[in-house]
Design a protein around this ligand. Structure first.
Ligand SMILES: Nc1ncnc2c1ncn2[C@@H]1O[C@H](COP(=O)(O)OP(=O)(O)O)[C@@H](O)[C@H]1O
Ligand SMILES: N[C@@H](CCOP(=O)(O)O)C(=O)O
Length: 298
């Protein structure tokens, strides 16, 4: 086996009313360098990675083993060097990126020759929803859903916008934020919520960002129930609007929030917000268009 590197982008899911369906890949990366070895060894080099006591038990390895087992294969031992720019449990899809890294690892070392569709279906089954997995795997802005056990998806042209993210110091586990949601919605609410989502997607596709910004701030599926878990939810939305953002949403399950900003204005707004929210990490990010990638080292 020649050494290789797996690179998987972060992603921001939901974009307001696209709950469990919309996601945008972002240019922050989880990187796993893989070398042949006679025993499992995992080296981690990043403040954004969970503490690891047992190399054999690493989450990415667990994912890779479970994928290999579906094809009745065992993972050969490897040495992994893992680095990450994706803050954990902040709503930037770190778990989906780790799942995709595990799928790519199994695919490469067991020579499974998985198609993108197979990777997407396996990742979605593990994560439970495709909104982070699809962009982490394929890049760009992806709308996806599961119908009859199959993941259907479509890629939207990249919005001609900049994204500013407000990342707080505190974390919020996706599971906890999902527990805040109602178990059922009335027909009236579901009809309004999906209508808002429909108008959002159509306005993004048409490039009508004023309308898209209005729709993304009127989600009825998850934001009203999660707002109280997100520090500075209202003040970030209000201040971003004052500064010229089209719209601001919870990134994934939070607690990060993300604004969609007219081109060329992102850096000014990010600089302003770093003063407004001194305890946050405020970053201007671009979309990632490639999704996960494998580079063989020579
Ligand atoms: N690179 C990684 N290596 C190991 N575990 C990871 C990695 N990335 C994410 N995880 C696991 O996923 C959890 C975070 O997932 P989640 O609560 O869904 O938040 P999010 O996906 O928004 O970052 C972490 O606490 C950790 O258990
Ligand atoms: N649709 C999911 C998205 C979770 O994204 P994450 O980045 O917070 O893991 C949800 O809203 O629960």
């Amino acid at each position: 086996m020649t050494p290789f590197e797996i690179r998987v982008p972060a992603s921001s899911a939901n974009i307001g009313p696209g709950f469990d369906s919309m996601g945008l890949a972002l240019d922050l990366y989880l990187t796993v360098a893989v070398y042949p070895s006679d025993k499992w060894q995992v080296f981690q080099n990043s403040p954004h990675l969970p503490n690891q006591t047992d190399d054999e038990d690493h989450y990415i390895l667990q994912m890779a083993r479970s994928v290999a087992a579906r094809w009745n294969q065992e993972l050969p031992a490897c040495r992994l060097r893992i680095e990450s720019e994706i803050p954990l449990a902040r709503g930037l899809g770190s778990s989906a990126s780790a799942i995709v890294a595990g799928i790519e690892l199994a695919d490469q070392v067991c020579v499974l020759n998985l198609t993108q569709e197979q990777k997407l279906e396996i990742g979605t089954e593990i994560e439970g929803h495709p909104d982070n997995i699809a962009p982490a795997l394929m890049g760009g802005f992806i709308i996806s859903t599961v119908v009859d056990g199959h993941v259907d998806w479509i890629s939207l042209p990249d919005p001609d916008l900049e994204m500013v993210l407000y990342i707080p110091g505190s974390d919020l586990k996706t599971e906890e934020a999902r527990n805040a949601l109602p178990a059922t919605y009335t027909r009236e609410l579901a009809a309004s919520a999906s209508a808002i989502s429909n108008v959002l997607i159509a306005s993004l596709a048409a490039g009508d960002y004023l309308l898209a910004g209005r729709m993304m701030e009127h989600d009825l599926f998850h934001e009203p129930y999660r707002a109280s878990l997100i520090p500075n939810y209202e003040s970030i939305r209000d201040e971003a609007k004052q500064q010229g953002a089209y719209g601001t949403v919870i990134s994934g399950a939070g607690p990060t929030m993300m604004s969609f900003i007219p081109k060329e204005k992102g850096q000014t707004i990010a600089t302003h917000f770093q003063r407004f929210l001194p305890d946050y990490q405020v970053v201007l990010l671009l979309a990632n268009h490639t999704g996960s990638s494998i580079t063989h080292m020579t």
